[in-house]
Design a protein around this ligand. Structure first.
Ligand SMILES: NC(=O)c1ccc[n+]([C@@H]2O[C@H](COP(=O)([O-])OP(=O)(O)OC[C@H]3O[C@@H](n4cnc5c(N)ncnc54)[C@H](OP(=O)(O)O)[C@@H]3O)[C@@H](O)[C@H]2O)c1
Length: 264
């Protein structure tokens, strides 16, 4: 019987996950289809998931915390992140994972060895990235515009500060996980603070994908090797796909999904 998959979000119309996941399903001749599922009320996500007979789903903004709270079982690093982006139906039980965290680690592999990361932003994405880096033994410092979201990092033993209290040191990778640059032309933190850090860094990564943000442009000016968020989106999708289909992704599958993502 054909299996159903979906991405839950609000809004969800813009999501590229269906084109990426369906390209993967087609590549391995899997009898299934992946759709968009607009969901207003995240608190009922588990019931909707089960009632819709989905085998698996992804969850995007703003439902990742609701999805975490609703799941029957949380596996892996998601237990610490307290947000999930992947649901699997295992014999009627809803199993939840966070593939954003390992997806980010896969995405920065192309930089080579990274030891010391400055992470700009303290939202949901920063939580996943910081814990993924911490688990890998990579030093991470979170820098955010405001104080409000820093408790999570303090409670997890992650160095963090606001712009006002930031004490610069040497970082080899700087990551933008703020939404600055997504729909505007802002830098994620003041230039006088960011530029000296980028001058000493080797790599810069922006979670925003498909454009050279002001952050990446400044990093390039300061001789950093730069990368946008496309690979992060791709690899979180590939890891979810492996759970959905119970298969191990090879290079050809990854490239088929990348083409799907890019609409090629
Ligand atoms: N490539 C991928 O696969 C992928 C995956 C997930 C997310 N993303 C991207 O990552 C970004 C963050 O997503 P999220 O879910 O973590 O968002 P979020 O939870 O809403 O957090 C946003 C963060 O950005 C900061 N911020 C917003 N506007 C800013 C500005 N103009 N200057 C400085 N800081 C600003 C906020 O600071 P305050 O705390 O001070 O408000 C907060 O720390 C988005 O652009 C999203 O599209 C990409």
């Amino acid at each position: 019987m054909s299996q159903k998959f979906a991405i839950f979000g609000n809004p969800v119309a813009h999501s590229k996950s269906p084109q990426m996941q369906n390209a993967g399903l087609k590549h391995i001749n899997f009898d299934g289809n992946y759709d968009k599922h607009h969901l207003e009320d995240g608190s009922i996500i588990k019931d909707v998931f089960l009632a819709s007979n989905y085998k698996g789903a992804n969850i995007t903004v703003p439902h990742k915390e609701f999805a975490y709270a609703n799941a029957d079982e949380i596996r892996g690093i998601a237990q610490k992140i307290e947000a999930v982006n992947t649901y699997i139906n295992e014999n009627g039980k809803v199993i939840a994972y966070n593939t954003d965290a390992p997806g980010f680690l896969k995405a920065i592999e192309s930089f080579g060895t990274v030891k010391n990361v400055l992470l700009l932003g303290a939202g949901g994405t920063a939580k996943a990235i910081s814990l993924a880096l911490q688990e890998k033994g990579i030093s991470v410092t979170v820098l955010n515009r405001s104080e409000g979201k820093l408790d999570f990092f303090k409670n997890n033993g992650i160095k963090c500060s606001t712009w006002d209290s930031f004490e610069p040191s040497n970082f080899d990778l700087v990551v933008n996980s703020t939404s600055a640059g997504l729909k505007d032309e802002y830098l994620p933190c003041p230039k006088e603070l960011l530029e000296p850090v980028l001058k000493n860094a080797s790599f810069a990564f922006d979670c925003v994908y498909g454009k050279i943000t002001p952050f990446l442009a400044l990093a390039k000016e300061n001789d950093c090797k730069i990368k946008d968020g496309e690979d992060m989106l791709l690899f979180q999708g590939v890891l979810a796909f492996e759970y959905f289909t119970n298969t191990k992704a090879d290079e050809n599958l990854v490239e088929a999904m990348r083409k799907g993502l890019k609409g090629e």
